[in-house]
Design a protein around this ligand. Structure first.
Ligand code: SF4
Length: 341
């Protein structure tokens, strides 16, 4: 079976459990001229009840640090300033390295091993050392990764962007159990608090599934209240849609489409209000913007915490980091004036 993560499509069915090696794509996905998406991990061992990925993409495989660092060093020389580190299950990075792998990594003398392990945080610490890279952004993170030790080491890395995507899926423990997610809402909230404590201006985003089989109105209201309390910067809301071959597909009490629609609308409303709230707090403040492209008379880019900022300039600002004074917020984008001139 093949599952296309970009389009969410199942193309065929088979279990690729035996695929052990990380498929090294060699090339990265470039987005604009400034940012590159670097895939460092593939596969997943979590078996969430709605997800086909562990069967379709196989079990966890991590890319060797040498391959990652070589590639980032190479593209940094071509002008890339920001890397987005991604994987199917980033929290698992390095867990599949054998003793021989670790020995090899250690013997090269170029990588930072701790407690005889090389995990995601070690990789990030090594990427931090690449001078030309100014920003390191993390792709979607599993909430269980957010421990005190991880956040403490992460917060010491000056290039880490203060925007994290923590995949929650539901704010109700009963629903999470049926989803076979491996955390409770209490544990999730603890991770949120650790990140908010360590990164002053952090923006947290998440994914939520509404209308998961058996999600009663009461369970949805628990999720709703939890989300209001956490106040994510932004939420990606998905209406549950069964994936062939998964446990959830066969679960009783599938939720009616109209109910899913109504729940989705309510959550999108909270998300839009929240994004507006966080953005308006920046009016009158200064932010650093990595300018990615031009849109009409504006140059457009992102802050470290992933707000879109537009600024006018007669000079070409592309692929530069600019200090911008925010003067307004329009259609969930910030408008600013450039302070570097
Ligand atoms: S952790 Fe993500 S990729 Fe893995 S089974 Fe769950 S939803 Fe799928």
């Amino acid at each position: 079976m093949k599952y296309d993560i970009e389009t969410n499509c199942i193309l065929q069915v088979s279990d690729v459990e035996n695929q052990k090696e990380f498929l090294d794509f060699g090339a990265v996905t470039f987005t604009e001229k400034t940012r590159a998406v670097i895939k460092v991990q593939d596969g997943c061992n979590q078996f969430c009840s709605y997800c086909i990925i562990p069967y379709a993409r196989g079990r966890i495989r991590s890319r060797k640090p040498k391959s990652v660092i070589d590639e980032i060093s190479k593209i940094s020389k071509q002008g890339i300033k920001e890397v987005v580190i991604t994987g199917i299950h980033l929290a698992s990075y390095g867990k599949d390295f054998s003793e021989t792998d670790i020995k090899e990594i250690a013997e090269s003398g170029h990588f930072n091993i701790t407690n005889n392990q090389y995990k995601l945080i070690n990789l990030l610490e090594d990427i931090q050392q690449i001078d030309e890279i100014k920003r390191i952004r993390l792709g979607s993170l599993e909430p269980t990764l957010i421990t005190e030790e991880f956040v403490q080491r992460l917060s010491k890395l000056s290039k880490i962007c203060d925007q994290f995507h923590l995949s929650l899926q539901s704010g109700c423990n009963e629903t999470l159990k049926r989803m076979n997610r491996k955390y409770s809402t209490e544990e999730f909230e603890k991770g949120v608090n650790l990140l908010r404590h360590a990164f002053k201006n952090v923006h947290l985003t998440t994914d939520i599934i509404v209308g998961f089989p058996g999600e009663t109105q009461e369970e949805f209201e628990i999720t709703y209240e939890f989300l209001k309390r956490i106040k994510f910067y932004k939420m990606h809301v998905f209406k549950y849609s069964p994936r062939k071959g998964t446990i959830a597909e066969k679960m009783p009490n599938q939720v009616d489409g109209n109910i899913k629609e109504e729940r989705s609308k309510r959550l999108i409303e909270i998300s839009n209000e929240s994004e507006k709230y966080y953005q308006e707090k920046y009016i009158g403040k200064q932010v650093d913007v990595l300018i990615e492209d031009r849109e009409g008379e504006y140059f457009r880019g992102h802050t470290t915490n992933y707000m879109v900022v537009k600024v006018k300039s007669d000079e070409n600002l592309e692929n530069t980091i600019q200090k911008v004074q925010v003067i307004n917020s329009e259609n969930l984008e910030l408008i600013g004036t450039n302070l570097d001139f």
